[in-house]
Write a protein that binds this ligand. Structure first.
Ligand code: MN3
Length: 335
């Protein structure tokens, strides 16, 4: 019994070392444990090769390039993802792409040993979903019904409960833009590039194939790791609803194209910066430094609103929005 536990802990530690290396910079493409053809008949060799050596490699290359010279250059991957709504699109998409695919390869195992699931994970699963079959249905629905490109997830929420969710593009549940947040345990790629060569438009058949490849032993390890991961706390602490709405509003400003849209948004930013200033903050943001920053932010938004009534050019307004955005990133980094 003890020997068995020692073995399990040894492999868990080894696994932790491997994943930690992948999230440190510069980022690199993880090697697969199997050759591309080993995933047949569920995933064809050509799809595996293109997906891994072209798509995933592309995310890694673009991510390394996108973080150069930014404050994210020295940050670990998960911390970058936590800041999702503040990221430039190139960092957000490629950081998500690298993290999501790394997890995906990790949980697919053509040589898996039946239903080798750890007891702790099995009981959590039964507690939440009643049976493995219900999880299969829920996850399958999340994946099949997701419109367009994206991912289906099994996650561990900050309340330490298992939940099924989905996300668009390369977003994931670590990001503050997700409505259901937590540490991903299972991630299923539902982009067409993951299945189109073999399955064409039959996404459901692809999902049946993926289910046959899921490595429950590895997934159990992911669950055990997440249960003891202090990062879960960071996801929870990162939940500051007023801050999140302010950031979403700022995102809308980025896309505003007409002058009157800018004006309306400037008014909203102004009122929301006041709401943010008076909001109840997560404990780690209770400091004089943050007080000052929030007051400064409020002043800046007030000015922006006043200026928006004058005839500022689109570029001038954009540069003001950028300056507000930079301040938000700084506030979020002061933890
Ligand atoms: Mn993909």
């Amino acid at each position: 019994m003890t020997l068995k536990n020692n073995y399990a802990n040894f492999f868990l530690s080894l696994f932790l070392v491997c994943t930690t290396n992948l999230i440190a910079q510069p980022f690199s493409l993880p090697k697969l444990n199997f050759n591309y053809a080993a995933y047949e008949p569920y995933i064809d060799a050509q799809t595996m090769e293109i997906h891994h050596s072209k798509h995933h490699q592309g995310y890694v290359n673009k991510l390394n390039k996108a973080v150069q010279g930014t404050k994210f250059e020295t940050m670990d991957l998960r911390k970058i993802l936590l800041n999702g709504s503040l990221l430039d699109e190139s960092i957000r998409n490629n950081a998500g792409g690298h993290y999501n695919h790394t997890l995906f390869w990790n949980i697919l195992n053509p040589a898996r040993d039946g239903e080798n699931m750890r007891e702790e994970f099995k009981s959590a699963l039964i507690k939440e979903f009643h049976s493995l079959d219900s999880l299969k249905i829920l996850l399958g629905n999340a994946a099949a019904k997701h419109f367009g490109s994206g991912w289906a997830w099994l996650i561990l929420t900050p309340e330490k409960r298992l939940a099924v969710t989905s996300s668009a593009n390369q977003d994931n549940p670590i990001m503050d833009v997700s409505s259901c947040r937590g540490i991903p345990i299972i991630g299923i790629d539902v982009w067409e590039h993951a299945y189109y060569l073999k399955y064409q438009n039959k996404r459901k058949d692809y999902l049946v194939g993926i289910w046959e490849l899921l490595d429950w032993s590895m997934i159990s390890n992911k669950y055990m790791e997440a249960m003891n991961d202090p990062f879960l706390q960071q996801i929870q602490e990162n939940s500051w609803p007023e801050f999140k709405s302010f950031k979403l509003l700022l995102d809308q400003c980025k896309n505003a194209s007409k002058k009157d849209e800018y004006n309306t948004l400037a008014l909203k930013l102004y009122t929301n910066s006041l709401i943010l200033l008076n909001s109840i903050r997560p404990e780690k943001y209770n400091s004089k430094e943050i007080d000052l920053r929030l007051k400064q932010l409020y002043k800046e938004c007030k000015n922006l609103y006043k200026n928006s009534k004058k005839l500022l050019s689109k570029e001038q307004l954009a540069s003001k929005y950028n300056s507000i955005r930079t301040q938000l990133i700084e506030i979020q980094s002061l933890d």
